[in-house]
Design a binder for this molecule. Structure first.
Ligand code: TA6
Length: 259
């Protein structure tokens, strides 16, 4: 283990040279380099990295609420809670680690505001130029609860103006300014085209997706983002926005695969 900024974090290295860093604060994947050595995730130079505010970049885990769609904390408490590290190791050439969060890990304020029995598990695995994230929500209580979940992935791009996204809309999607769109029921496979680089994105369990870039205008009003940084990322987020309530003893799993 190591630190990222001031945050305790875990470093994963696969035998073929892929690397990832995950902070325990948020079980937040903040850096992922494939075996080709290229960083694939954006992180703002102005991001808080001391646990006082959610990290601006990487892959924030959104749970149990998406954005303002609820009465709780914006985008939920998972991204600002300190997770526990579970199993880690190597499996078929993949380096992996599992992170867990349960009510006992929450601040008193969050635990009170969301009084449900639950256990979250996030498994991050890397190999070659591939990343897999598996997110599991289990209801350990005696009452059903509704929830939303997303992996709010900030992909590092060369230039937002030349980015194309395939598979989200019927036509190829280009981003020409502020962009914030929710897609209900998306195709399970998309492609992010950034100049000569094509990333294939696959999602399972997550039925929906969100695409976001603040554009110059909104970026200027974000305290934790430098003015020109909006050019260097696009958020493409597998999400579950209107799922059924999770019954006692049941679990839901969403998986994201990037290559
Ligand atoms: O997923 C898109 C979104 O909900 C946008 O509306 C945008 O505000 C973004 O997330 C970032 O939210 P945050 O709370 O991290 O500033």
């Amino acid at each position: 283990s190591t630190t990222f900024g001031q945050l305790p974090s875990l470093l994963l290295t696969s035998p073929d040279g892929a690397q990832a860093s995950i902070t325990l604060y948020g079980a937040h994947l903040i850096s992922w380099r494939g075996a080709d050595g290229r960083e694939r995730l954006f992180c703002s130079a102005k991001s808080a990295l001391d646990g006082t505010k959610a990290i601006r970049g990487g892959v924030p885990v959104i749970f149990p609420q998406f954005a303002e769609r609820g009465t709780g904390t914006r985008h939920g408490f998972a991204r600002t809670s300190i997770w526990r590290v579970g199993t880690q190791g190597l499996e078929d050439g993949w380096a992996f680690a599992v992170f867990a969060l349960a009510p006992g890990d929450l601040s008193a304020q969050h635990a009170q505001a969301w009084p449900h029995g639950f256990e979250l598990r996030l498994r991050v695995a890397i190999r070659a130029n591939e990343l897999t994230m598996r997110f599991e929500v289990r209801n350990t209580g005696s009452e059903a609860f509704p929830f939303a979940a997303a992996l709010h992935t900030y992909f590092l791009v060369d230039d937002i103006a030349s980015v194309r996204i395939d598979g989200m809309e019927t036509e190829e999607l280009a981003i020409t300014g502020k962009f914030d769109r929710v897609y209900d029921r998306v195709a399970p496979r998309q492609a992010l085209v950034d100049g000569g680089v094509v990333l294939t994105l696959r999602q399972e369990g997550f039925t929906d997706a969100v695409v976001w870039n603040p554009g110059a205008e909104d970026a200027a009003s974000l305290a934790d983002m430098a003015d020109e940084e909006y050019r260097r990322f696009v958020c493409i987020e597998p999400a579950l926005l209107n799922g059924p309530a999770l019954q006692p003893g049941q679990s839901w799993t969403g998986e994201y695969h990037v290559s």
